[in-house]
Design a protein around this ligand. Structure first.
Ligand code: ZN
Length: 352
């Protein structure tokens, strides 16, 4: 495997590369999140107890309209915060910190990229996520805090209900028959030819249009597949330069970390996150991270466009993520308005 990874390692060591990742359920199975499509071990198989007419119904908008209970039973199990990001997610985070990351296209709805500290702006959640919620009737948004409150409200039978029209509210996860987020198509069109490296990981490339992404990168782009099986364009239209690693994503992530000489930073990152997770801190406060991410997104976007060189301050992004984590922790222990506004005016966050 080490030899097969050499072309990737060399490109990364050279620096000044734009990496895109195209990921699926296989990068999250190490966190204990079931793969949607694997028979028996997969999520659909576990849905039998919900008495669905067919397993896919849990993600069908018409079924949700009639019976939102099945989806919310599942959502409660999958809701971000229960699971610690995997080694592979922390590799993505490290790529961000090293200014090598350009974009992560993910089919996953588990938000583990966000929770590993990858910033909103880098992430394209092609099939949506739990990070935003809308009423299915009047389309008004609902905050994560209100949604979580309703999910625990027995008088509502745990179904989040619109404050304006009493319609059901659902997270912005793309259901069957719904269109993918516009951002996915916009970035695909704008950037697909720009990537120097495309790492396709933990996906069998069976869901379209997502599955088309790796076939549309430029001919100079190094394509890397990390998956148990060879699949999609890597099988039907392979390129001479393709790197194919048929193994567990986490195992490959660990090896890459060693080959790149990033071991100490990586271990520190994982250790800190694990500690926070154990203290039940990581994964809470998606609301707060969202607000900060949006504030920072524009700045980062500008930075990428105007300057492909590394940022001035080596630890800029790590600092920001640290700020986010601290804000989350503080707002939990001191949930008053005062402490929130104090944090908003902290100079490290607002200063240019
Ligand atoms: Zn409504």
């Amino acid at each position: 495997m080490e030899e097969a990874l050499q072309p990737l390692v060399e490109r990364l060591k050279k620096g000044n590369v734009k990496i895109s990742l195209m990921t699926g359920a296989g990068i999250s199975t190490g966190a204990g999140i079931p793969d949607f499509r694997s028979p028996k071990t997969g999520l659909y198989h576990n849905l039998a107890r919900l008495n669905l007419p067919h397993p896919e119904a849990v993600f069908e908008i018409n079924y949700f309209r009639e019976n939102p209970h099945a989806f919310y039973t599942l959502a409660d199990e999958l809701y971000p915060g229960r699971f610690l990001p995997t080694k592979f997610h922390f590799l993505i985070r490290l790529l961000q910190d090293k200014k090598l990351l350009r974009r992560v296209y993910t089919q996953n709805i588990d938000a583990l990229e966000r929770l590993s500290g990858v910033l909103d702006d880098y992430i394209v959640e092609a099939h949506g996520s739990f990070a935003r919620n809308h009423c299915i009737d009047c389309h008004k948004p609902m905050s994560i805090a209100d949604l979580r409150k309703d999910m625990k409200d027995k008088s509502l039978k745990g179904i989040p209900t619109c404050r304006h029209c009493k319609g059901y509210v659902k997270p912005d996860i793309v259901f069957f028959g719904e269109s993918l987020p516009r951002r996915f198509f916009d970035l695909w069109e704008e950037e697909i030819e720009e990537y120097d490296v495309a790492i396709v990981a933990g996906t069998s490339l069976t869901v379209f249009p997502f599955a088309m992404l790796p076939s549309e990168v430029s001919k100079d782009c190094l394509r890397v597949l990390i998956n148990k099986d060879k699949c999609g364009t890597f099988e039907t239209d392979p390129r001479d330069s393709d790197v194919v690693i048929q193994d567990e994503c986490d195992k490959v992530a660990e090896l890459l970390v060693d080959l790149l000489g990033w071991r100490d930073e990586f271990d520190q990152l994982v250790e800190e996150a694990t500690k926070k997770h154990k203290e039940n801190r990581l994964g809470l406060g998606l609301d707060e991270t969202q607000a900060l991410s949006e504030k920072l997104a524009k700045e980062i976007e500008q930075d990428i466009q105007t300057n492909t060189e590394p940022r001035d301050e080596e630890n800029d992004i790590s600092d920001i993520v640290e700020e986010i984590n601290e804000l989350v922790i503080s707002s939990e222990s001191k949930p008053s308005k005062d402490s929130e506004s104090n944090h908003d005016s902290e100079p490290e966050i607002t200063d240019e």
